[in-house]
Design a protein around this ligand. Structure first.
Ligand SMILES: Cc1cc2nc3c(=O)[nH]c(=O)nc-3n(C[C@H](O)[C@H](O)[C@H](O)COP(=O)(O)OP(=O)(O)OC[C@H]3O[C@@H](n4cnc5c(N)ncnc54)[C@H](O)[C@@H]3O)c2cc1C
Ligand SMILES: *[C@@H]1O[C@H](CO)[C@@H](O)[C@H](O)[C@H]1NC(C)=O
Ligand SMILES: *[C@@H]1O[C@H](CO)[C@@H](O)[C@H](O)[C@H]1NC(C)=O
Ligand SMILES: *[C@@H]1O[C@H](CO)[C@@H](O)[C@H](O)[C@H]1NC(C)=O
Ligand SMILES: *[C@@H]1O[C@H](CO)[C@@H](O)[C@H](O)[C@H]1NC(C)=O
Ligand SMILES: CC(=O)N[C@H]1CO[C@H](CO)[C@@H](O)[C@@H]1O
Length: 479
């Protein structure tokens, strides 16, 4: 794979700066590649053991949706093809209604899709890619305890119980939603921070293959929207699906026995019972307790020229837009672009990174929270479906003027906050347009009934003038 370091020797010898990447998860491992490619001395510190050797990796979601932003970030370090080749394209959502009817809603235009990728494999591939650079060292079983904002010294707890002090020129906090690096930021003046737990938890279930084949159509993200509950399923390479049930913790607490699980599924997801298997369902439902979901926003992302936060450490988002990892990967890409612009001068790059990135990461955090509501309820509603079709239709006939929000977020690198701005504008225009059409139809019908065409012989021009006069006051109504 990537061995650009060797071709960059002249550049790297002049650079002895040490970059400590704290956290070797998805974003930390990718970031290590970026800094290594630039020739820095990279040290990655990860609290877990090396997942490439560990038997079972449990915890976070098993698979996730990779889209354009994430792919662009992988591409920059030569990892896109490797990862995409092990992903499963999902062209549409597949909506499962209560009676078992399935109906697809495309994600975008023909040929646009998101990819279901395996989290553990992605993490392993990125760690291995980072390791191909001779200027990178991976330190596993190193848990960051604290660090000093004065000296930059970090204290790690090793697996053997010993503590280790380490210095670096730049600390990159990629240690996830509960970041230990971020703790020092909280002590700073003028640091904004908010954290919100949503009332929902999630639980994962496996849907095995049937006769060696996928139990449902594989190239879809399956969704069972049920107002306050929702289940989704993403395909895996081994022909299983990972189903994720999202439900308020109150409701989880109400289901305590195997029989109650079946009863609950019978009521809300009957078509999934034979596919998961009643016995497996009764057992797996209780394997792990439901996991919580948190949304974290903060600002700034940097502390002087010493430390910067990326990925979930900077912005944990609820998983309802499928953008958490993609946004984290794009963080690396944006930081890299700013490093180019500002000549790798940390004292200029870090504040610029905060300035550029905070509005975008806050926008995606807000959008994900908005989708938390939309995905559960509106996916069911006729108006939502109608608007999706209208938006997609308008996008096809006016591809440069009307771009659905989902398309901007998922299939372009339009800055998140600009996508939101544009969405509000388009929404206003489309709703006004639809109202005009509706009013015209009503008024037109009225006129036709009132003045049947063969009776008073009204000209088209006259009709148009009457319509104009009638519709204008209404059309300004929306927004
Ligand atoms: C149910 C669910 C579904 C999701 N689906 C999607 C999706 O479809 N698409 C998408 O883009 N995103 C999705 N996400 C979001 C995605 O999982 C995260 O955004 C992504 O994992 C963030 O990566 P990260 O490296 O910043 O953090 P993490 O993946 O949390 O990694 C942090 C790493 O830091 C290590 N660490 C923690 N503390 C310390 C310490 N003190 N010292 C040293 N190391 C430490 C951890 O062991 C871990 O390896 C989903 C999330 C959830 C919960
Ligand atoms: C199933 O439900 C959906 C939506 O609730 C409805 O559109 C469809 O007509 C129903 N199909 C049958 C066969 O009852
Ligand atoms: C819990 O279950 C009981 C009995 O089945 C039901 O009456 C109640 O509404 C449920 N509570 C919630 C929060 O669903
Ligand atoms: C903190 O939040 C307030 C209110 O939104 C905002 O005006 C201010 O600029 C923020 N400060 C930083 C450092 O982001
Ligand atoms: C309708 O009006 C036009 C002129 O406005 C006239 O030429 C035409 O003959 C009329 N038709 C009838 C059926 O009255
Ligand atoms: C830099 C710093 O504050 N280090 C301290 C971190 O915490 C350990 C004990 O938990 C201290 O020994 C370090 O001095």
């Amino acid at each position: 794979t990537t061995m650009d370091y060797s071709t960059n020797d002249s550049k790297s010898t002049s650079k002895k700066k040490v970059v400590a990447v704290v956290g070797g998860g998805l974003v930390g491992a990718l970031n290590a590649c970026y800094f290594a490619k630039r020739g820095f001395q990279v040290e990655v510190f990860e609290s877990r053991e090396d997942i490439r050797q560990a038997k079972i990796v449990k915890g976070r979601s098993i698979n996730l949706a990779l889209s354009h932003r994430g792919r662009q970030a992988l591409k920059q370090v030569g990892m896109e093809d490797t990862i995409v080749s092990k992903g499963i394209p999902m062209h549409s959502r597949m909506i499962h209604s209560l009676n078992g009817t399935q109906s697809p809603i495309p994600y975008g235009k023909k040929g646009q899709y998101i990819l279901s990728v395996d989290r553990a494999n992605l993490n392993k591939e990125l760690l291995s890619a980072a390791e191909t650079y001779s200027n990178t060292k991976l330190n596993f079983a190193h848990k960051l305890l604290n660090w000093s904002t004065e000296t930059g010294a970090m204290t790690f707890l090793r697996a053997d119980g010993a503590k280790e002090e380490i210095q670096a020129d730049l600390i990159v906090g990629c240690d996830g939603a509960f970041s230990a690096i971020r703790k020092q930021f909280l002590r700073q003046s003028r640091f904004n921070f908010s954290q919100t737990y949503i009332p929902h938890g999630y639980l994962e279930l496996t849907m095995p293959p049937i006769n060696g084949e996928f139990a449902m159509k594989p190239n879809y993200l399956h969704i069972w929207p049920r107002n306050t509950f929702m289940m989704i399923a993403l395909p895996n390479l081994d022909k299983t699906f990972t189903c994720t049930l999202f439900m308020p913790f109150d409701e989880f607490e109400n289901v305590t026995t195997g029989d109650q699980v079946i009863e609950f599924f019978q009521k809300y997801f009957p078509d999934a019972i034979p596919l998961i298997g009643a016995d497996a369902l009764k057992r797996d439902y209780f394997c792990l307790p439901a996991q919580a979901m948190v949304s974290v926003k903060c600002s700034p992302y940097h502390l002087s020229d010493k430390c910067v936060l990326m990925g979930d450490a900077a912005h944990a988002v609820v998983p309802f837009y499928g953008q958490g990892m993609n946004a984290g990967f794009e963080d690396c890409l944006v930081f890299n672009e700013i490093m180019d612009q500002l000549n790798e001068d940390f004292s200029a790059v870090l504040p610029e990174y905060t300035r550029v990135r905070v509005p975008d990461d806050h926008a995606i955090a807000d959008l994900a929270m908005y989708n938390y509501v939309e995905m559960r309820s509106h996916v069911n509603s006729k108006w939502f479906l109608f608007r999706k079709y209208v938006d997609n239709f308008l996008h096809i006939i006016m591809p440069r003027t009307i771009i659905p929000l989902y398309t901007m977020v998922t299939f372009t690198r339009t800055r998140y906050h600009e996508a939101v701005k544009r969405w509000h504008w388009q929404d206003k225009v489309i709703n006004q347009g639809l109202l005009c059409v509706a009013v015209s139809v009503v008024v037109g019908s009225y006129l036709l009934v009132r003045y049947p065409p063969n009776m008073p012989n009204i000209s088209i021009e006259q009709l148009w003038t009457r319509l104009q006069a009638l519709k204008s006051p209404f059309c300004g109504f929306v927004g």
